[in-house]
Design a protein. Sequence first.
Length: 439
Amino acid sequence: MNKLKLASLGIQHVLAMYAGAVIVPLIVGGALGLTQEQLTFLVSVDILMCGIATILQVWSNRFFGIGLPIVLGCSFTAVGPMIAIGSQYGITSIYGAIIASGLFVVLISTFFGKLAKFFPPVVTGSVVMIIGITLIPVAMNNAAGGQGAPDFGALDNIALAFGTLLFIIVLYKFFNGFIRSISILLGLVAGTAASYIMGKVDFTAVADASWLQLATPFYFGMPTFNLTAIITMILVAIVSLVESTGVYYALGDICEEEVSEEKLSKGYRAEGLAIMLGGIFNAFPYTTYSQNVGVLQLSGVKSKNVIYTMACMLIIIGFVPKIGALTTIIPSAVLGGAMIAMFGMVMAYGIKMLSSVDFSSQENLLTIACSVGMGLGVTAVPDLFSKMPESIQILTDNGIVAGSLTAIALNIIFNVIPSKEKIAANTAAGTRVKLREIR
């Protein structure tokens, strides 16, 4: 493959994941009130770490790396939890929780497959749905201009937000393939261009940003470790591993390679290492990006060299803060319009995961109802358990944790612990087999 083709295919993969890579730091940083300089750092280091995380996964060795053409990016399911942790316990607690969850993934990587019965679609689908629901208020606040903005709810903000959303919908309607896969990115570009015409874009951050900056470990301070925050991020990491497993098998099928148990373990371990590095360099937890699987299918090129090229491009971009600063000039209203689509998709993906659940089972319906109800209830009424002992509040003062643990507990009660009817049925079946053997 010549260098020009390699570069063009690499750029195609960069474009497919770029919107997801930059919008997560913009949302989290914006929600936590970071300065323009801090936001520029966050975007740049995230792009850099996406490249490094991808290399960790593609490069297969004795200890880690699944060795398939997989792209890693920051996990969307972590956005809501990170905002909740940062708002309640401070930004250093986010990174303490990310590092701890990455270590947890590394430790369970060898036997995660055996834990799958505790995280079937009824659990993971409910968790993703809860995360999507808790993110919608963030999208709506941004669509109105950003919480606390003097022009909050102004007509021009509403027009920009829903104009951006409409543009994304039009791209989905009339285009297929690669254009559709980068529709969010094109929507952000179009919305920012419209904002510039309206005089709502300030290029000061780009002018002030330097041309070169090295990644700094613990840029926001030494990590702090809070048990609630750690439990939250571990739950997010488990959901990401379940999603990644599906992508591993899909790519194995596309590349006609067997995905063995050993390969799965090395893939999980690579994700765990990537998450830990994300915490150390004040970036984000990383997971496989399914949109790049679509690009790979469209191009028909399954070479790992393309992904290595793309990862190197991300690393180079990450060292240039001026490029990162370009994304920070996107107005909040434009981001809000794109967020409605993106966070709505998180919720819709949770519903899709639930589609494989047996809805004729009252137990499954009750699991979904109680877990989603608990997650949404605690998010809407955060003081619900404020009079409880602190040891219990660890598990109840966050809607995502409360809802997720409810789903896990009810799945164990209904589907893991055998009921009397199942025990009786199994006993009867065993008796019939023995009688046949005697005869």
